[in-house]
Design a protein around this ligand. Sequence first.
Ligand SMILES: NC(=O)c1ccc[n+]([C@@H]2O[C@H](COP(=O)([O-])OP(=O)(O)OC[C@H]3O[C@@H](n4cnc5c(N)ncnc54)[C@H](OP(=O)(O)O)[C@@H]3O)[C@@H](O)[C@H]2O)c1
Length: 278
Amino acid sequence: MSSSSRRVALVTGSNKGIGYAIVRGLCKQFDGDVILTARTESNGQDAIKRLNGEGLHPKFHQLDITDKASIDRIGQFLKSTYGGLDILVNNAGISYKAAATTPFKEQAEVTLATNFWGTLNACNTLFPLLRPHARVVNVSSMVSQFTAKKCSKELQNKFTDPDLTMANVEQLMTEFVSSAKDGSFRQKGWPESAYGASKVGVTLMSFVQQKQLNSESREDIIVNACCPGYVDTDLTSHKGTKTIDEGADTPLYLAMLPPNTNSPKGNFVSERKIGTLL
Ligand SMILES: NC(=O)c1ccc[n+]([C@@H]2O[C@H](COP(=O)([O-])OP(=O)(O)OC[C@H]3O[C@@H](n4cnc5c(N)ncnc54)[C@H](OP(=O)(O)O)[C@@H]3O)[C@@H](O)[C@H]2O)c1
């Protein structure tokens, strides 16, 4: 097989935590190259060395999903090296600690910039490269459900509108941040959770992406959002009860869905089971 038709999988934020375990799993299960990415080159190279020690050989490429130039560079690299993309796992994410003293308005802007806008920008650049039968996994969280349940009825009706568009989702996220900044977020129907709002955005984004792909000619491209469970990582201050490999189970299952799968497709999945946002 020439390198330009070689299959390829990419995982964002995979120098540590769940993303690292997803790379480890893909190296074992996926017939193609696996790209481990990190925003900091040295952290990525260290992770590659650790996996090499286990006899696994992912490739490395820098990727910061908040940096448009970095996203463009990896897009160019994929296009020139592989001519496409077969698996995209949008795993990179951040969360302020409960005890953080950073003002809520700043937490809202910074969290959304990575978890929502960074993920969306990466998708917008990389989706044109998806080949038929490609699988996209957006690592969201059950916190999107907890948060959606605490939102106003008016917001909830928007979340569940079958005609929801990406412009609507973007507007909801923009309004969340602006209302966090001017202090009106409660009046606008949002609870005080920047992480939760960002993950509502990731879950809704995934539903809309599947609708968009269904209307295209490229066949059998599947997008799902998922929750990895409560995992022992830096993000949870190591309070999570699952190992990173247990947390990687559902994302890996979704990344490896066989050709022409009908379900899950455009869903939210937790413990390999389909759930709803509300
Ligand atoms: N752990 C849980 O219980 C849990 C539960 C539900 C959902 N999740 C979700 O699972 C995903 C992985 O979380 P985790 O627990 O494995 O956290 P983690 O150990 O903190 O790892 C997060 C990864 O994302 C990377 N990252 C952060 N900002 C980035 C950016 N702008 N560009 C590229 N990479 C970036 C981090 O890179 P650095 O090393 O440079 O910081 C790191 O590699 C997140 O989306 C999280 O919200 C986790």
